[in-house]
Design a protein around this ligand. Structure first.
Ligand SMILES: N[C@@H](CCC(=O)N[C@@H](CS)C(=O)NCC(=O)O)C(=O)O
Length: 191
């Protein structure tokens, strides 16, 4: 198997955490620069991660997780866990939108409707996830916990959200800091 990704993407990191010590090749691409052509060749959606496994090309971290869970005989997610992933992805996608906009020199403040909507989605999703974390939903190290860990750690690194009033999420990050592959996949190492 070959995983196309980057060392900074939270979506790629969650896939690497799920793969754990499985034997696979990791290609870290500069998707906005030198390696964009390679991405164009493999994924018309122009997003990472994507997984190549023999004749299968699988796009999107969520679909890759389903593919791997079937292949590796892992337990499938419950509907409640699917909803947790939807909230994590909603916050993550909006944060990526804000980050890319900032990188493009755009003003991402609340006075612009489009960005006010992103900030509201981020805030509400994070509030809900924080309440779930306080209720123990992410106490075990399963795929939704991996995704939430990657989101919180990446958002902190990029200063995209202030988690100081969301202690359950800061606690989660601390609790899982020593899990397998966390240090190896730290996005700060790829900056
Ligand atoms: N739903 C996708 C989102 C992946 C995604 O947004 N990846 C970012 C990197 S963090 C990306 O490839 N962005 C490229 C772009 O938006 O142009 C997934 O779960 O894999």
């Amino acid at each position: 198997m070959k995983l196309l990704g980057s060392g900074t993407s939270p979506y790629v990191r969650r896939t690497r955490l799920l793969l754990g010590d499985t034997d696979y090749e990791f290609a870290s691409l500069d998707i906005y620069g030198a390696d964009r052509d390679e991405l164009r060749q493999h994924n018309p959606a122009l997003k990472i991660p994507m997984l190549i496994d023999g004749e299968h090309s699988i796009y999107d971290s969520r679909v890759i997780a389903r593919y791997l869970s079937e292949k590796m005989g892992m337990e499938s997610l419950s509907w409640a866990q699917e909803n947790q992933l939807t909230l994590i992805d909603a916050a993550n996608d909006s944060m990526v939108t804000v980050a890319l906009s900032k990188r493009s020199g755009l003003d991402t403040g609340n006075e612009i409707d489009f960005y006010a909507l992103q900030h509201e989605r981020i805030a509400r999703s994070i509030d809900a996830l924080s309440e779930m974390a306080a209720d123990g939903v992410f106490d075990a190290w399963h795929y939704p916990s991996m995704c939430l860990f990657c989101l919180v750690d990446w958002a902190e690194m990029r200063s995209l959200f202030d988690f100081s009033s969301h202690h359950p999420l800061l606690d989660l990050r601390e609790r899982f800091a020593d899990r397998p592959m966390i240090a190896e996949t730290d996005p700060r190492k790829a900056l």
